[in-house]
Design a protein around this ligand. Structure first.
Ligand code: GCW
Length: 696
């Protein structure tokens, strides 16, 4: 498939795609670059990074001459750039080559989104809000991608050579892999992503073996001109597993020496290596607590090894040992008291919500709860819980909601200003499919993550508009339609999957379809769906109030905590997250809870149908290949929305004992029927294909 990327590179900027049938997604958001022959002057010494800027502008910029000049100015950070215009010509200045490259991509984006004259009479400076804007790949050494729905790993889809074959030499990268990685790097650079973790947080100790490090070096060399640093996820037991040390206890001198030597070795190969990402004492992964030590002991031991070389440790707070009966409280309990105990090159990486990337979660109370500790957000670009690569779901709106909340309630912006490392991570949706992301629309989420990491004040509407313009053209009469599809998609998915604060009623394992009845005896309670919804004859929802429930609301600042504690002021969207509400509870819409549930599931199904109708109306205005690909996905989405609605309403009706409301279509599948749908899905199979065979 990667040959597609080679072709894409060769034919980039050949012609616009409209009315053709050639948009298979392999050109990412560069599909509409049309051939230019711009004059570009570099006033400072050329480097591989300025070469990228020059080539991009020369090929696709249709305005006047562009001058690139490295120049520092007050108030600018290394990656800032300034764009100014005089007499039709443009000057981009930046303290670094990377900034010049970002300026070039920004200028091209302006042309595509606003037209080539948009730069006229402008003088503006862009400075990234986060200085570390990174992807996390959950890629395994065997080429599979955990929660990946776009094929196999772009990094590890070939055998790792054994050490004797490597001997420190450069390995040959096949042309097709090189072109895939080059496009990947280019896409990241165009939206400002400047770091990437090459492997799964469920990390193999082998990642730190010499032969794998040789491959990592090679990838670092490919990505470096695009200002992308590589990082690795590491397994905490590596010293014992890889090299037979007696222990991996972070306070053991030999263990400390082992990590120090490993860091030295890595930096001798990759002088600008970024650092480590660690999932410790979580879901069976080893960690310092195995040795009676704390997260701080573990993180600091690694931080000390990396510090002499400028590396960082991103230590994940995705932990849920049963320290409290409510899983949503556990990470806070485990981390809060460690505030101030971490070295200054440690960042605590926190998922947006307190459970796990659900369609909608309130923000995690850990944000802002550790004022003496650097924190960073982890968002999930891959759609583990949002219909994999089958459902169209633009995540800009979801992240906008989250970022606004942590600004409003958790002092995010101020905290960030005080940090040396202002970081944000997104779990990538990239694989070796021709379109990289499983479907072309899902590329908009990669795009949106990068744009928000650069500037979290961009609205989801602005980002959707930018992406649409680059995908189908700004003057296309279907541009607004596509923008509206993107903007309504996430709320639609929430409605047909988990409205009103429902969470984790997913089928076990693959997290694709509904299984609210799931309740396996003898397993951890918080791995069962019934744990999360707690439906009974009286009502439904998880009581997390201080007054009568788990008290999770007390982990939040009063401005948020008090609002959600009170069932009358708790927004409906979080109702069942924080309350066990009566079936006849009056929602803010005026409907009873049961009727509101009926309404929401119907609304979700209607939304999915509406998205398909809107998409159908674009036929003829956009590339027919793209049209057909997405139409096929949307048919699956509509069918799945119906499945979700039937499963959830039928099941919860056995508790509410109330009729499906008048305005809701009666379910077309019985509870027994939906219970029989079983998807034995591995990570990169297409679940809906099975669904088609199994039932519909
Ligand atoms: O969301 C859960 C996923 C796991 C993942 C884990 C994590 C990488 O189901 O697949 O493991 O979170 O974030 O560590």
């Amino acid at each position: 498939m990667t040959n597609k990327h080679l072709l894409a590179l060769l034919t980039l900027s050949a012609f616009a795609a409209i009315a053709h049938a050639d948009n298979d997604g392999s050109k990412l958001w560069f599909v509409n670059n049309t051939k230019a022959n711009a004059k570009v002057v570099v006033k400072t010494k050329a480097t591989s990074t300025t070469d990228i800027a020059v080539n991009e502008l020369r090929d696709a910029w249709h305005g006047g001459q562009v001058t690139l000049e490295r120049k520092s100015a007050k108030g600018l950070t290394r990656e800032s750039f300034t764009v100014s215009q005089k007499g039709g010509n443009v000057t981009i200045t930046s303290p670094s080559d990377a900034g010049l490259m970002y300026g070039a991509y920004h200028l091209l984006r302006l042309e595509q989104t606003l037209g080539k004259d948009a730069y006229r009479d402008t003088l503006f400076t862009e400075t990234p809000e986060h200085n570390i804007r990174m992807l996390n790949h959950w890629d395994n050494l065997n080429g599979t991608v955990e929660r990946g729905y776009a094929g196999r790993s772009i990094f590890w889809n070939k055998p790792v050579p054994d050490a004797s074959a490597v001997k420190g030499k450069n390995l040959s990268t096949s042309d097709s892999q090189l072109s895939t990685l080059t496009l990947y790097a280019r896409a990241n650079a165009s939206v400002g992503i400047n770091g990437t973790v090459l492997n799964n947080v469920n990390a193999s100790p082998k990642m730190l073996s010499d032969s794998v490090l040789t491959m990592v070096k090679q990838y670092a060399d490919i990505l470096r001109p695009y200002n992308i640093k590589v990082y690795l996820a590491v397994n905490f037991s590596s010293p014992a597993v890889l090299d037979g040390l007696k222990t991996s206890d972070p306070l053991d001198k030999d263990v400390q020496k082992w990590w120090a030597a490993k860091a030295k070795k890595i930096y001798s190969m990759i002088p600008d290596f970024g650092g480590f990402l660690v999932k410790a004492n979580s879901e069976g992964q080893p960690g310092p607590m195995d040795f009676g030590r704390t997260h701080a002991d573990g993180a600091n031991m690694l931080a000390k090894a990396l510090k002499p070389f400028g590396g960082i440790v991103m230590w994940r707070a995705f932990v849920y040992s049963p320290s409290d009966p409510d899983r949503a409280k556990q990470a806070y309990i485990e981390f809060k008291d460690l505030d101030g105990k971490f070295m200054d090159n440690v960042i605590i990486q926190i998922k947006n919500g307190p459970i796990d990337f659900q369609p909608r979660e309130p923000y995690s109370p850990l944000f802002g709860a550790m004022p003496e500790t650097q924190e960073m957000a982890e968002l999930q670009i891959t759609q583990e819980y949002l219909g994999h690569s089958n459902h169209i779901c633009f995540l800009g709106t979801m992240w906008e909601e989250f970022l606004n909340d942590i600004k409003k309630y958790a002092n995010y912006t101020n905290n960030l200003r005080g940090y040396k490392y202002r970081a944000i991570a997104g779990v990538a949706n990239v694989g070796d499919d021709a379109n990289f992301c499983g479907n072309t629309m899902a590329q908009s989420n990669w795009y949106a993550f990068g744009r928000l990491a650069w500037n979290s004040n961009l609205t989801s509407k602005e980002i959707a508009r930018e992406w649409v313009a680059q995908e189908i053209g700004k003057d296309n009469k279907s541009a607004r339609t596509l923008e509206n599809i993107l903007l309504m998609s996430r709320e639609t998915v929430v409605d047909y999957m988990m409205p009103l604060g429902f969470h984790h009623i997913f089928a076990e394992g693959h997290h694709y379809g509904p299984q609210p009845w799931q309740n396996n005896p003898g397993q951890r309670a918080d791995w069962q769906c019934v744990y999360y919804h707690r439906a009974d004859a009286k009502g439904v929802g998880f009581d997390r109030t201080v007054k009568a429930g788990s008290g999770a609301t007390a982990q939040y600042p009063a401005s948020f905590g008090n609002m959600v504690e009170n069932i009358n002021t708790c927004p409906d969207k979080y109702l069942l997250w924080f309350h066990h509400a009566d079936w006849n509870h009056k929602c803010q819409t005026g409907r009873t809870l049961w009727n509101e549930m009926c309404y929401r599931y119907q609304n979700g199904l209607n939304g999915a149908r509406q998205m398909l109708r809107m998409w159908n109306s674009t036929e003829g205005n956009i590339d027919s290949r793209l049209f057909n690909d997405i139409q096929e996905k949307m048919h699956i989405q509509v069918r799945d929305a119906e499945w979700w609605k039937d499963a959830c309403l039928n099941y919860f009706q056995t508790f509410s004992k109330q009729p499906i409301s008048d305005t809701t279509e009666p379910p077309v599948h019985s509870l027994n029927e939906v219970k029989k749908i079983r998807l034995g899905i591995s990570n990169y199979e297409n679940p809906s294909a099975k669904l088609l065979n199994s039932k519909r």
